[in-house]
Design a protein around this ligand. Structure first.
Ligand code: NAD
Length: 356
C-alpha cells in the first residue's frame, strides 16, 4: 500500500523501513518531513494511508481533504489520538489505527533520569567539568531514600516508575480514579486523594492521560496545596499543567524543581532544531531561564525498544487494513461520548490504551 508518512525524522524512516523489509510487508512509504495539516494534505494525494505522529493536525479540514484525495486510513505512530477529529473521520469514511502500547519502561526510566538530574544537578556538574571547574558549591542534592513521592496515574508507566522508586526506598502515594491493584502490591504504597498527595509529596510525577476533566490539573490552586520546594515532573501531556501558574509557583519557591518533557504549546517548538532562530514563545523562554527547570523535547519514549514496537505495530495495522482483516488497534468514537469530550486526549481512562 502507498503510505504518506508525515513528520518524518531519520529514525522514523530507519525503523519503518527495517520492519517493512523484515516482515516483507512491501508497503511503499513516501516520507515527508513536514507536519500534516490542511495546507500540506495534498502531499498525500493518491495514498490510501497516511502515517502520522503526535503533533500532526488531523482536524476536520485536513480529514476532508484527505478523504477527497482517496485516503482511507490514518495510522498513528503513537498511542494518543487527541490530534484526530474522530467524529469527522467516521463521517468521511477514514479509519484510524494507533499503537496501543509500547515499551512503558522508556518513559518511566526517563522520568527517573529527570528526577536524578534535577536533584543531583548532573547537568551543571557536566558543564562545570568541561570548564575544569570542580567545585561542589551549588550542587547539593538530597537522598531519594525515605522521601515521599506522589504518582498521579498508576497505569503502565505509573506502575513501573513506582517499582523503580520503591527500589530507591521511597514511600509512594498514588492518585488514580481507577485504582490498580498492582500499585498496592509494590509495597510502601498507598492510594490517597489528590489533595493528600499534593500536601504530602516531596516529588510529584504525572503519569495520567490528558482528558477534558484534568486539563490544567496542576494550576494555581493545586500548586498552593503542595509542599514548599516540591519537585514536579511531567512526562505525560503539556496541558496537564497551567504553565503560567507553574512559573508563579517556581518564583514563589513552592516548586523547587520543575522537569517537563512535554509543554502546552510544544507543537511549535519540539522536534525542531531552532538553534539559529529566536523563539517567540515568551512563556517558554521565561521557563528556560530558571536554573531549577529542566525541559526536554518529548523525548521520554525515545528508545530503540519503543521505536521498534511502534514501527512493528504501525506496519501490522496498515497490513491488516490492506488485507481487509479486523483492526484490533482501531480507534472508534464510542457511543454516548461526544466528539468534544474526545478531542483533548485519548478520551479513555482504562488501563492499557492511552499514551504518547
Ligand atoms: P495507562 O493508560 O496505562 O495509564 C494511565 C493511568 O492514568 C490509568 O490508570 C488511568 O486510570 C489514570 N488516570 C486517568 N485520568 C486520571 C486523572 N485525572 N488523574 C490520575 N490518574 C488518571 O497509560 P500509560 O501508558 O501509563 O501512559 C501515561 C501517559 O504517559 C499517557 O497518557 C501519555 O500522556 C504519556 N506518555 C508520554 C510519552 C512521552 O514520550 N513523553 C510517551 C508515552 C506516554
Amino acid at each position: 500500500m502507498q503510505v504518506a508518512v508525515f513528520s518524518t525524522e531519520s529514525y522514523d524512516r530507519q525503523f519503518l523501513d527495517a520492519v517493512n523489509t523484515a516482515t516483507n510487508a512491501n508497503h511503499e512509504f513516501i516520507f515527508h518531513e513536514t507536519r500534516l495539516e490542511a495546507k500540506t494534505a495534498t502531499l498525500a494525494t493518491g495514498c490510501e494511508a497516511v502515517c502520522v505522529f503526535v503533533n500532526d493536525d488531523l482536524g476536520s479540514e485536513t480529514l476532508k481533504i484527505l478523504a477527497e484525495q482517496g485516503t482511507r486510513l490514518v495510522a498513528l505512530r503513537c498511542t494518543g489520538f487527541n490530534n484526530v477529529d474522530l467524529q469527522v473521520a467516521a463521517e468521511v469514511g477514514i479509519k484510524v489505527v494507533r499503537v496501543t502500547a509500547y515499551s512503558p519502561y522508556s518513559v518511566a526510566e526517563f522520568a527517573i533520569g529527570m528526577i536524578l538530574m534535577l536533584n543531583r544537578k548532573l547537568h551543571k556538574a557536566f558543564n562545570r567539568g568541561r570548564d575544569d571547574n570542580f567545585s561542589l558549591n551549588g550542587l547539593l542534592g538530597f537522598d531519594l531514600h525515605d522521601r515521599t513521592v506522589g504518582i498521579v496515574g498508576t497505569g503502565k508507566i505509573g506502575i513501573i516508575i513506582s517499582q523503580i522508586l520503591h527500589g530507591f526506598g521511597c514511600h509512594l502515594l498514588g492518585y488514580d480514579p481507577y485504582p490498580n491493584p498492582q500499585f498496592e502490591e509494590i509495597g510502601d504504597t498507598r492510594y490517597v486523594d489528590l489533595p493528600e498527595l499534593l500536601a504530602n509529596s516531596e516529588i510529584i510525577s504525572l503519569h495520567c492521560p490528558l482528558t477534558p476533566e484534568n486539563y490544567h490539573l496542576i494550576n494555581a490552586k493545586t500548586i498552593a496545596q503542595m509542599k514548599p520546594g516540591v519537585m514536579l515532573i511531567n512526562t505525560s501531556r503539556g496541558q496537564l499543567i497551567d504553565t503560567k501558574a507553574a512559573i508563579e509557583g517556581i518564583k514563589s519557591g513552592i516548586i523547587g524543581y520543575f522537569g517537563i518533557d512535554v509543554y502546552e504549546q510544544e507543537e511549535h517548538i519540539f522536534f525542531k532544531d531552532l538553534s539559529d532562530t529566536v523563539i517567540q514563545d515568551d512563556t517558554f523562554q521565561l521557563l528556560q531561564s530558571f536554573q531549577n527547570v529542566l525541559i526536554t523535547s518529548h523525548q521520554a519514549f525515545f528508545t530503540e525498544e519503543a521505536l521498534n514496537d511502534i514501527a512493528t505495530t504501525t506496519l501490522s495495522n496498515i497490513t491488516d487494513f490492506e488485507q481487509g482483516k479486523p483492526l484490533p488497534n482501531e480507534v472508534k468514537l464510542p457511543e454516548k461520548v461526544s466528539a468534544k469530550a474526545y478531542s483533548i486526549d485519548t478520551g479513555t481512562r482504562r488501563h492499557g490504551d492511552t499514551g504518547m
